[in-house]
Design a protein around this ligand. Structure first.
Ligand SMILES: Nc1ncnc2c1ncn2[C@@H]1O[C@H](COP(=O)(O)OP(=O)(O)OP(=O)(O)O)[C@@H](O)[C@H]1O
Ligand SMILES: [Mg+2]
Length: 302
């Protein structure tokens, strides 16, 4: 079971999760999207923040190439617009073309649009003496109380100032791992980065650490045990987490390997809408339960 922690009350602002690990393909984007959809279906008002220049989260949530006039998170970073201007309703594809009619909104779910320009975020924040405080200031001054219950951030492949700026908002950091040992190294690097941040920025209230570990794309058998015959490296990666006393208690329920995840990008449909009976959705629900994301009364839904 994950370690117990204080769940913020609504007056404390949204509960923030940041999915991170620099190693590519760890499942950050899928984890953010699937947890966001699950939380939204449970009646929470949810925002996904896409900080990754690859902007896969924005793509899956219905925005492949938004018009150049549409502000994104990079415009917020540059101070050219307010956060709200970069927010669009998350949606999934139901037809051909780029017209709004080709998409259906996902209830309760907003997207803070990503952009390839975020590749310059490290440089821009690095040149700003207050760069590490950027996102915290935005959330403090531009997000009205009660705007969202839950925010989930796809941090992208960064261990630099962008990640520290995200970490300054005090999120519950989810270290993402998949079916290879490189993610275990990535997890250690993420912990080291956050420890370094805590040493440097303690006076600013930085005390973020990896609070949860989420493993995905792992072959499981019918009983939910790791199926070694499906890949010894995946089994070894999970054993490495379970064998580490600091990590063992942080490991969330594992998300099983299912081929359909790969189709979510080309179809622009999160798994819940692409294949509503997919067994991996049960794993995602178990992760949401373990994180204490409750099922709210349906009257709270938008
Ligand atoms: N449980 C799963 N079963 C099968 N495939 C999965 C699973 N979870 C994620 N994937 C696939 O693994 C690949 C990597 O996942 P994802 O894009 O979420 O990782 P990422 O950490 O965001 O990667 P990147 O570093 O490219 O941003 C994707 O093709 C995704 O569809
Ligand atoms: Mg990604």
């Amino acid at each position: 079971m994950p370690t117990s922690k204080i769940t913020p009350t609504p007056e404390d602002g949204p509960r923030i999760f940041a999915c991170s690990v620099i190693a590519g393909g760890a499942g950050k984007t899928q984890d953010v999207i699937n947890l966001a959809v699950e939380a939204a279906l449970r009646g929470h008002s949810v925002a996904v923040g896409d900080f990754d220049p690859q902007r896969t989260a924005s793509h899956i949530l219905g925005y492949q190439d938004p018009p150049p006039s549409q502000p994104t998170i990079f415009d917020v970073l540059q101070g050219n617009c307010q956060l709200e201007e970069a927010v669009v309703p998350a949606r999934y594809r139901i037809g051909e073309g780029e017209e709004d009619s080709a998409f259906r909104p996902i209830p309760n779910l907003d997207l803070i649009l990503g952009t390839p320009q975020m590749a310059d975020a490290e440089v821009n924040l690095g040149l700003d003496p207050g760069g590490v405080l950027w996102l915290q200031n935005v959330l403090d001054t531009q997000v009205p109380e009660g705007r969202w219950d839950i925010m989930l951030f796809d941090c992208g492949p960064t261990l630099g100032i962008l990640l520290l700026s995200i970490a300054m908002t005090g999120p519950e950091v989810i270290g993402c791992v998949a079916d290879e040992f490189k993610y275990i190294i990535g997890l250690q690097d993420l912990e080291d980065t956050l420890e370094k941040g805590a040493r440097k920025f303690r006076r600013f209230g930085f005390k973020t650490e990896v609070q949860h570990i989420l493993a995905t794309n792992i072959p499981l058998d019918a009983k939910g045990n790791v199926r070694r015959s499906g890949g010894a490296v995946a089994d070894d990666a999970i054993k490495a987490i379970r064998g580490n006393p600091d990590w063992e208690g942080k490991l969330l329920p594992i998300i099983r390997r299912k081929q359909r995840f790969k189709d979510t990008i080309v179809t622009q449909r999160p798994l819940r809408y692409l294949d509503p009976r997919n067994e991996a959705l049960e794993d995602i629900a178990a992760v949401a339960d373990a994180l204490g994301i409750q099922r709210l009364n349906s009257t709270r839904r938008r």
